[in-house]
Design a binder for this molecule. Structure first.
Ligand code: NAP
Length: 315
């Protein structure tokens, strides 16, 4: 069959690139598909201090650049295409992109997840102009300014504490009157003097002319609407939504098993409920979504795919 790959990897974040490295190193004909640019969420991270060994100048982009180089060195092919459909019903899997149709003996899904937006008016327009989804990338821009962090989970509270190192004042805006974050994280947060809390509150709108100037709050219990305007001298302030993530799994709905949140359940070998289809990285149902766990998943998925092909396809 023309253009039949051994493995197609969908997604070129740390999980996909690690899978690509392991698969191509095992001499499998490997294709890595990515819809925009390589890297996934990690390319928006300035500092990667918790990936073992990445101590010198380790930024998201430099780490990813090295991962790409390594995967390509072993012969992994890369293509830019957006996947619009898949057919996993036959032994040969079909992956349909906007540009081309691809076929493979095995597929590794490593599409990852993206931060959940608030969904209020003004959010899209003001992203990068006061609204940010990455504290490690953008905290510095808010040095001595005021910042609002939206959400009450581990991410919101941890990132809010990080932001207190830069901002003049940080306020956590949470839709309930109790945090979801782990008790140990809460304890630290309540001791932090720069951290404030706005309970039972949601964001209704973000306003500004080219830069964030006003945030409109609604108290969920009283219905009261409040506006915060940027301090005149500051001219702006920051809003960091940390209200969870949305997995990129829409295209796989009805094709493989997904959990209620849209994540893909796998076993410890990264097998999904469909033979020959594996998942790795943030798209999986898992408890720790980090680069180190994503790359580990990628390696396991590639090795499992290799064994699957060996056992199910004759040379
Ligand atoms: P999360 O645990 O799902 O928390 C999301 C938070 O946002 C919740 O407080 C939720 O409110 C709120 N929220 C959700 N949708 C909202 C909306 N539309 N408007 C306003 N608020 C909304 O997400 P996460 O904090 O990103 O954590 C994701 C996973 O990673 C979790 O399993 C977490 O434990 C883990 N994690 C662990 C660590 C760590 O261990 N150090 C650090 C970061 C993340 P409700 O509480 O009312 O639902």
């Amino acid at each position: 069959m023309q253009n039949l790959y051994d493995v197609i990897i969908i997604g070129a974040g740390p999980a996909g690139l690690a899978a690509g490295l392991y698969a191509s190193r095992a001499k499998m004909k490997t294709l890595i598909l990515e819809k925009n640019k390589v890297g996934g969420q990690i390319v928006t991270t300035n500092e990667v201090a918790n990936y073992p060994g990445s101590v010198h100048e380790a930024t998201g982009p430099t780490l990813i650049a090295r991962m790409v180089e390594q995967a390509e060195e072993f012969g992994a092919e890369r293509k830019k295409d957006t996947i619009v459909d898949v057919d996993f019903t036959e032994k040969i899997k079909v992956v349909k992109g906007e540009k081309e149709e691809y076929k493979a003996k095995a597929v590794i899904i490593a599409t990852g997840a993206t931060p959940r937006p608030i969904g209020c008016p003004g959010e899209k327009e003001l992203t990068g102009k006061g609204v940010s989804y990455c504290a490690t990338c953008d905290a510095d821009f808010f040095t001595e300014l005021e910042v609002f962090v939206i959400g009450g989970g581990d991410s919101a509270v941890e990132e809010a504490m990080y932001l207190t190192k830069f901002a003049r004042k940080v306020t956590i805006v949470h839709r309930r009157d109790e945090l979801r974050a782990a008790k140990s994280i809460q304890e630290k947060a309540f001791k932090n003097e720069k951290l404030n809390f706005m309970w039972d509150t949601v964001v209704e709108e973000l306003k500004g002319d080219g830069i964030l100037e006003t945030i409109v709050f609604k108290n969920k219990k009283t219905g009261e609407i409040n506006e915060y305007h940027a301090d005149e001298e500051d001219g702006t302030f920051g809003v960091f939504p940390f209200i969870g993530f949305i997995p990129f799994s829409e295209v796989f709905k009805g094709k493989i098993e997904l959990d209620q949140g849209g994540y893909i359940p796998t076993d410890a070998d990264m097998k999904t409920n469909v033979e020959g289809v594996f998942a790795a990285g943030d798209i999986r149902v898992k408890s720790l979504r980090q680069v180190v766990t994503a790359t580990a998943d990628g390696a396991i998925a590639a090795v499992t795919a290799e064994k699957y092909i060996e056992n199910n396809f004759e040379e």
